[in-house]
Write a new protein. Sequence first.
Length: 119
Amino acid sequence: MDKSGTDKAILMAAFARIDPVALALALGSLCALVLFAMTAILLIKGSPPGIETGDHLSLLGIYLPGYAVNWPGACLGAVYGGILGAIGGFVLALFWNLTHYLYITAIVVRAAWWRMMAE
């Protein structure tokens, strides 16, 4: 009795694929919201006189051109966060799916080899 189709179906269900577009949208939205919220919280909170508001967060301007700790910078940071989060989510999903595909293939090949040796 050949159970390789059943075994493969069980493995595919256990190691389900991640949709790259869905993860890209989710991480892009999350990163955009987080960067906007961090900037907005600093702006609402304010800082004591003589101290720059968000001096640590403003260092992101080195990597994200045009970003600053102000309201236009918060919107621009949300755009940057969305783009970077989407790229990261897409790549993460692709690597996740690739590693699971290789792992499942190795398991199926190994099981077939053991069946062949047992016969």
